[in-house]
Every structure is written in structure tokens, then in C-alpha cells.
Design a binder for this molecule. Structure first.
Ligand SMILES: NC(=O)c1ccc[n+]([C@@H]2O[C@H](COP(=O)([O-])OP(=O)(O)OC[C@H]3O[C@@H](n4cnc5c(N)ncnc54)[C@H](O)[C@@H]3O)[C@@H](O)[C@H]2O)c1
Length: 264
């Protein structure tokens, strides 16, 4: 029998974008395991619904799915409005949705379409969802010592920008910068903003190929000091810390979860 006393996110409402797959799904499951109500959003509603099914089956948790393309302002506005109508508050926002590994290529060779797509989701989307959710968070009561927490999924590609992940790297470096700016803007409202910077994690369609990752590491001239490729759950574990009260005094920070890649 599950014991609610051991659950650290009980009564928390967490909104996660790109939650139909990979890191977003693993984090949704981890948050649900800790007792959170999870709002599972994804551009692909079927995969979001699948995550909700897993939450209900594995943890008997409360979860609801929404279809939302984060690069589309009307979509984001309408999703946040529907969530606000259904839930009193949003305690945790995980801006996880991101694309771009298909954009491999030198900056001098990529075209406008790829640039706009990657920037549209990774940078504009993260900015938009934060903007509308922060409006809601600012109006809600302080619980404990905060009104809310926003966590962005950046990347080690943003910490050490590199070819051939050029445009993706730039978008993720932008997410790290955005994290600091939102952190400054929202600190007076007792809302914290941090990011997580994953390394190489076997997830989803783009990273589901260990050979690709080995090749990418070789190209990058690095190895993984902890000598294994990451999993989505490795990121979900750090996400739990960033969502829990243990990280309440942390804001504007970007935490690497990459097996040591960025220190080697
Ligand atoms: N896997 C890694 O090694 C790794 C490393 C560094 C950073 N990241 C970041 O982690 C995040 C999650 O990636 P993942 O590896 O789990 O990949 P994934 O492809 O498994 O999951 C990404 C999810 O985002 C959704 N999505 C894509 N475009 C969207 C949009 N416009 N609106 C809403 N949802 C959208 C997809 O449908 C998918 O469910 C991304 O931001 C990615 O850049 C991943």
C-alpha cells in the first residue's frame, strides 16, 4: 500500500510540455509517483494520453492530457487558460518540449526553415509557455515560501556550443540565458526559474540509437567520464530535486546532468 507521508509532491500541480515521450514522460511518471497532479501536454495528443494511462496504471495518480504546440501562441494561450479553469494553481512548470537533433549541420549550410523551426520550438515556445504560466503563478498564493517553480530543459549543447549541433546549441544557450532573465524578473513574485542541462540520454526518436550517440561523442572529441550513456530517468531524478522544496533557495541556475561530459 502506498504511504502518502513519503510522497514529496503531494497536492502539487505540475505542468509538463513534451510529456508524451522521453524525458518529459519519465519526469511525469516520477512526479506522479511523488503524489503530484500532472498536466501532461504534447504536440502529439495520443502520446500525451499514453503517458496519462501509464500514470493511472502505475501510480493511480491524477493526470490529464492536453494537445499543445508550444511554438504556437494561440495554442499555448488556450492550453494555459483551460488548465487555469480546471486547476486553482500551477505549482511547477517543466518546459521540456524541444526539437533539433535532426538539424545537424554547419551554420553556413542550414536553411531558414530549419533555423525557424528549431528556434520556434526551443526558444519561442519556452518563452511563450513561461510567459502565460508566470501570469497565472503571479496571482496565486504563496505556499511554503514560493508561488511557483519554472524549470527549463536546456542541454549540454547550450553549455558547450558545438558544431554540428549549431542551431540547436544556439537555441539551448538561449534557454540558459532566458532562465537567468526570467529568474530576475520573477524573484520578486517568489517564483524560481532554473534549468537542467542533460547530456546524452537514450530517449525518443532522435536519441534512440546508441551508435548515433557514440558517433556524436567521437565527433565532439569527448567521452562520458561516468562511462555510460544517460537515461531519461537520470534526468527525472534531478528534476524531482528541482521541483521539490529542497531547491527553494535556487534560482537562475542551470544544472548539468551529463555524466561529467561538460567537465572533461
Ligand atoms: N535526450 C537527450 O540526450 C537530451 C539531451 C539534452 C537535452 N535534451 C532535451 O530534452 C528535451 C526532451 O527531449 P527528449 O530527448 O525526451 O526527446 P523526445 O523526442 O523523446 O521528446 C520530445 C517531446 O517533445 C514533443 N514536442 C516536439 N515539438 C513540440 C512542440 N512544438 N510542442 C509541444 N511538444 C513538442 C514531442 O512530441 C516529444 O513528445 C528536449 O528539450 C531536448 O532538447 C535531450
Amino acid at each position: 500500500m502506498s504511504n502518502n507521508n513519503n510522497k514529496r509532491l503531494i497536492n502539487k500541480v505540475a505542468l509538463i510540455t513534451g510529456a508524451g515521450s522521453g524525458i518529459g514522460r519519465a519526469t511525469s511518471l516520477r512526479f506522479a509517483k511523488e503524489g503530484a497532479n500532472v498536466i501532461v501536454t504534447d504536440v502529439n495528443i495520443e502520446t500525451a494520453q499514453e503517458t496519462v494511462k501509464l500514470i493511472k496504471k502505475d501510480f493511480q495518480g491524477e493526470a490529464i492530457a492536453f494537445g499543445c504546440d508550444i511554438s504556437n501562441k494561440d495554442d499555448v494561450k488556450s492550453m494555459v487558460k483551460q488548465v487555469s479553469d480546471q486547476f486553482n494553481r500551477i505549482d511547477i512548470l517543466f518546459n521540456n518540449a524541444g526539437i533539433g537533433t535532426y538539424s545537424l549541420g554547419e551554420l553556413t549550410n542550414i536553411n531558414l526553415k530549419i533555423w525557424d523551426e528549431v528556434m520556434g520550438v526551443n526558444l519561442r515556445g519556452t518563452w511563450l509557455v513561461s510567459k502565460f504560466v508566470a501570469k497565472k503563478m503571479k496571482k496565486q498564493d504563496i505556499i511554503g515560501e514560493l508561488r511557483g517553480k519554472i524549470i527549463n530543459n536546456a542541454s549540454m549543447a547550450g553549455v558547450i556550443p558545438s558544431t554540428p549541433l549549431g542551431v540547436y546549441s544556439i537555441s539551448k544557450a538561449g534557454v540558459i540565458a532566458m532562465t537567468k532573465i526570467y529568474a530576475q524578473e520573477l524573484a520578486p513574485f517568489k517564483i524560481t526559474v532554473n534549468s537542467i542541462c542533460p547530456g546524452f540520454h537514450v530517449t525518443g526518436v532522435y536519441f534512440n540509437d546508441e551508435k548515433f550517440i557514440e558517433k556524436a561523442l567521437e565527433y565532439w572529441g569527448r567521452s562520458i567520464p561516468l562511462e555510460r550513456i544517460g537515461t531519461a530517468e537520470d534526468v527525472a531524478n534531478v528534476m524531482f530535486f528541482l521541483a521539490s522544496e529542497d531547491s527553494n533557495y535556487l534560482t537562475g541556475q542551470s544544472i548539468s546532468c551529463d555524466g561529467g561530459c561538460t567537465v572533461a
